[in-house]
Design a protein around this ligand. Structure first.
Ligand code: MRU
Length: 368
């Protein structure tokens, strides 16, 4: 997507053809900074400390992390160590495991000499495939927005347009390009459909307020940031036509794990008859798990993400501000699981499907 007229992806090979560059997302929305990753340690830090984040981008960065490791040492031992180090960075987004497995299965049988070229080639392919997949999610999801708009009598933006609520950031910043939940929104907007987005701020790290708002703004999509507790009220008053979120791991039976708070939005949507859709690429499906609540590991992060908030001070510096009393205890569960029964449909690169084991198995034959 464009940043001030310049097309960007979230990850790319540097001009020297071996290092990798990313956008440091911890600095957004206040600064747009690109960072060079030169080794396995850099890649692990970028994922763990959320310079890159979002399930598909975590997978793409892990693939390039393997390539950077092979660039330095293409032995069997180094390959295994790189897999383990990257796998340990974040537990919930299953694209991480998927990308690492893709790389390992490809590289392990090759000789040490062959590995470097193959690793960079596959990492680049994973990125290109993600762009294609997300673009298709956009194409498949756009008709849902269009239909909701038509059902209202095609109001102009001034008359309310069509209103989509989203949670966290599942836009192009969470993927290599286009996004998952936001791809249908970008495609609808680009097609002239007057779409307005309610953006949940998404405490504690505020990916909605910081990232979704930034990228929608850069693309010119009308949107309004709301605090996390507003969605239910909006739905009760007919101000949300549909919800679209992303997911970090969806089970073979259609349970959706996504950023903490998604479940509450799905409950409110269900109670108010608002369709609740989830955009996802095939690699976000964990075919080894059926019951998301029981079997998906939920990341718990440091308590300072809850007790403090980052923001721009009047002098322009970006600083943490303490919110809670000294010594207050805080818990920081990063994800929750929305059971399939609360999900209206899954928007995939292969089409929109109901969230059920038979439907997903039919859409991805041979994978279940
Ligand atoms: O903790 P994050 O920022 O890596 O969480 C990922 C997300 O932004 C969301 O949960 C998103 O909706 C799914 S990833 C496309």
């Amino acid at each position: 997507m464009n940043v001030d007229g310049t097309p960007f992806r979230t990850i790319w090979l540097a001009d020297d053809d071996w290092a990798v560059e990313i956008i440091d997302q911890t600095k957004l929305p206040h600064e747009f900074i690109t960072v060079r990753l030169e080794n396995l340690g850099d890649a692990c830090m970028a994922i763990r400390d959320m310079w890159v984040r979002g399930a598909p981008l975590i997978g793409a960065t892990a693939a390039y992390g393997m390539a950077l490791s092979v660039h330095a040492d293409s032995s069997d031992g180094a390959l295994e160590a790189a897999y383990k180090a990257l796998y340990a960075t974040r537990p919930t987004a299953v694209n991480l495991r998927w990308a690492l497995d893709e790389m390992k299965v490809l590289l392990a049988p090759l000789s040490a000499n062959e590995r470097k070229e193959a690793a960079y080639r596959r990492a680049a392919e994973i990125c290109d495939e993600d762009v294609e997949i997300c673009s298709s999610i956009g194409d498949n999801g756009k008709p849902l927005i269009e239909a909701a708009w038509e059902a209202k009598g095609k109001p102009s933006l001034a008359d309310g347009g069509v209103n989509v609520l989203t949670h966290c950031n599942a836009g192009w910043l969470a993927t290599v390009d286009w996004g998952t939940a936001l791809a249908p929104i970008y495609k609808a907007h680009d097609a002239g459909i007057p779409v307005h987005v309610w953006v949940d701020e998404t405490r504690p790290r505020n990916q909605g307020a910081s990232l979704t708002s930034w990228e929608l703004g850069k693309h010119g999509v009308p949107h309004t940031v709301i605090v996390d507790n507003v969605g239910g009220h909006l739905m009760q008053h007919g101000m949300v036509d549909l919800c679209i979120t992303g997911t970090d791991r969806t089970t073979a039976a259609g349970d959706v794990c996504n950023k903490i708070g998604t479940y509450l939005k799905a409950l409110a949507a269900h109670d108010n008859g608002v369709p609740f859709y989830v955009g996802l690429p095939g690699p976000t499906i964990d075919w080894t798990v059926d019951d998301g609540v029981a079997d998906i590991p939920i990341e718990e992060r440091g308590s300072t993400e809850v007790t403090e908030i980052m923001g721009r001070a009047p002098d322009g510096t970006v600083v943490p501000v303490q919110l809670t009393p000294d010594g207050a205890k805080a818990a920081n569960f990063a994800f929750d699981v929305t059971p399939a029964r609360l999900v209206t449909g899954l928007i995939t690169e292969r089409g929109v499907t109901e969230p059920s084991k038979p439907a997903l198995a039919a859409l991805y034959p041979g994978r279940a």
